[in-house]
Design a protein around this ligand. Structure first.
Ligand SMILES: NC(=O)C1=CN([C@@H]2O[C@H](COP(=O)(O)OP(=O)(O)OC[C@H]3O[C@@H](n4cnc5c(N)ncnc54)[C@H](OP(=O)(O)O)[C@@H]3O)[C@@H](O)[C@H]2O)[C@@H](O)CC1
Ligand SMILES: [K+]
Length: 504
């Protein structure tokens, strides 16, 4: 698991290590990464042009010290001070001692910004509040040709939430210190951070409320049949999806469910003939199920389907049309449930579930906040879909999915996810495990399918490049689920991150 700590937790962990050279450790890791990037891009550090954007706190100090370290290796380093009278004295002295240029003229700074091979964003780190201030804002939109490395986090991104209240810098890579921060894992902040590299500095913060699973975590979670297994022990998932108007949703939800580790899929919707023609292994009779998936494309049958599912004493996943109906009924509709409920809204459905108090755009801009709000209000685990899928539990614990890809934003992709998560519920995983596991496999399957079932190219950490990828259909995502599953289980026994660069 990657643990993402709040600013308050980081500060407390830092205080416990008072007197230790934390900044030296941070700077050493930052400078080493910058030197590596310059060697990769230009062949050497010597002669590279480096610009340091330095704000008024220790974040600026880190950037100035790292600039000094690069200058000692022959880089031509200049720094622009955003808050000249409060720049970090030690960092400034260190840079000056190497002959680095320092300016307070923002026009000079912006000109250097466009020319530099590498830019260090040390405007503001975990001490930042609100969007960038006016002196710094032009750097968020200025043109550049070089790489931008964010120091600890991209300036303008809220460390605790990933919200971006105003202008923010967009990094090619973020070098973060001591622990991850929620804002680096959750969009829109995650999109500004790019790949994130963690530099350990000895912090020992508590278990984090926000975590991002990795290959090894998934491998430990996924159900595995044993010699005693039969279909009921492995779990039977009931699917109440699809309608005459939307038969495809049934086919895709069933396809997802068939790959989710349950022993059998029971389908109880209208386009049953089409479902069994495509998926002959599906049961069409009513009978025992260990979980229900209700809502994808269920159209006018939704009220009845929701009734059946919610009355059952087994875990229920509510998606799509089921969520629209649930929004109409409100949180009270889940009040009598004895078994867990998992809701899988996208931002628009989440806004509806919140009673229209907010818009879809507001939900998408504050994903952590609204996923938690929904989970608390409905007393259910909520999987908020989107560019960085967030799973929240009513007590506020959160799991963020690191495997997502833009290619998954395609019709029917959510139906596959619903079936898959429902099958993991039937197999016995609690919803706060089933939901992130499903999102992880689904994202990985999307990446594998987009890359033609070759291992996707790996980025620095946690992201993959989209080189050599192609658009995919939801059917292809479902078809790639076994490959995703294999990729994850192959990571056990020390072979994690075997092919996809997603281990930690
Ligand atoms: N924690 C650790 O273990 C370690 C932490 N380390 C490093 O320290 C960093 C934290 O340093 P920090 O506390 O000095 O805060 P920092 O982020 O530099 O910003 C504060 C300054 O910014 C200003 N400011 C505020 N908002 C702003 C805005 N929107 N736009 C512009 N300016 C804004 C604010 O000004 P004020 O509000 O006072 O006017 C204040 O002066 C951390 O991110 C990491 O890099 C490592 O060295 C090693 C170990
Ligand atoms: K920064």
């Amino acid at each position: 698991m990657r643990h993402a700590h709040t600013v308050e937790e980081v500060r407390a962990a830092e205080a416990a290590l008072a007197g230790q050279p934390l900044m030296d450790r941070a700077v050493a890791g930052l400078a080493a990464t910058c030197a590596r990037l310059l060697r990769e891009r230009r062949g050497r550090v010597y002669g590279s042009r480096v610009l340091v954007l330095a704000g008024s706190g220790d974040n600026g100090g880190d950037a100035l010290f790292a600039g000094a370290a690069l200058a000692r290796r022959g880089a031509a380093v200049s720094a622009v001070l955003l808050s000249p009278e409060r720049a970090h004295p030690g960092g400034l002295a260190a840079l000056r001692a190497t002959g680095g240029q320092v300016t307070v003229d923002q026009n000079v700074g912006l000109a250097d910004f466009s020319r530099a091979d590498l830019i260090l964003d040390g405007i503001v780190g975990i001490g930042g509040r609100g969007g960038l201030r006016p002196a710094a804002a032009p750097y968020a939109s200025a043109a550049r040709r070089g790489l931008l490395v964010a120091v600890d986090l991209p300036s303008g991104v809220d460390a605790d939430t990933g919200e971006v209240p105003g202008a923010a810098l967009r990094a090619d890579l973020t070098v973060t210190f001591g622990t991850y921060k929620p804002g680096l894992l959750i969009d829109p902040g995650a999109g500004h951070a790019g790949p994130v590299q963690l530099v350990p500095i000895g912090l020992r913060p508590p278990t984090a409320a926000v975590q991002a699973p990795q290959h090894a975590d998934l491998a430990a979670l996924l159900p595995r049949p044993d010699r005693e297994s039969d279909k009921y022990r492995r779990g039977v998932v009931g699917v109440l999806a699809g309608s005459e108007r939307y038969p495809g949703a049934a086919l895709l939800a069933v396809a997802g469910a068939l790959h989710g580790g349950a022993g059998a899929v029971r389908y109880l919707g209208r386009p049953a003939e089409e479902v069994v023609r495509r998926h002959p292994e599906v049961l069409l009779t009513s009978g025992r199920v260990q979980s229900w998936v209700v809502g994808p494309g269920s159209g006018e049958d939704t009220p009845d389907a929701l009734e059946i599912a919610l009355a059952a004493e087994v875990p229920v996943l509510v998606d799509a049309d089921g969520l629209t109906e649930l929004a109409r009924r409100g949180p009270g509709a889940l009040a009598g449930r004895t078994a867990p409920t998992l809701l899988t809204p996208h931002a628009g459905e989440a806004a509806r579930l919140l009673g229209g108090e907010v818009t879809a755009d507001q939900v998408a801009a504050a994903r952590l906040r609204y996923a938690r709000e929904l989970a608390a209000r409905y007393g259910a685990v909520v999987l908020l879909k989107g560019s960085s899928t967030v799973v929240a539990r009513p007590d506020g614990a959160v799991r963020v999915n690191p495997t997502g890809t833009g290619w998954l934003a395609t019709a029917g992709s959510g139906d596959v996810l619903a079936g898959l998560a429902g099958a993991l519920l039937a197999a016995g995983l609690p919803p706060f495990d089933a939901a992130p596991a499903a999102a992880y496999l689904h994202g990985l399957a999307g990446r594998l399918a987009a890359a033609g079932n070759r291992a996707p190219g790996s980025g620095v950490i946690g992201t993959v490049s989209d080189r050599g990828e192609a658009p995919i259909t939801a059917q292809e995502v479902a078809a790639a689920l076994p490959a995703a599953w294999r990729d994850v289980t192959a990571s056990q026994g020390g072979h994690q991150q075997a092919s996809t660069g997603l281990g930690d």
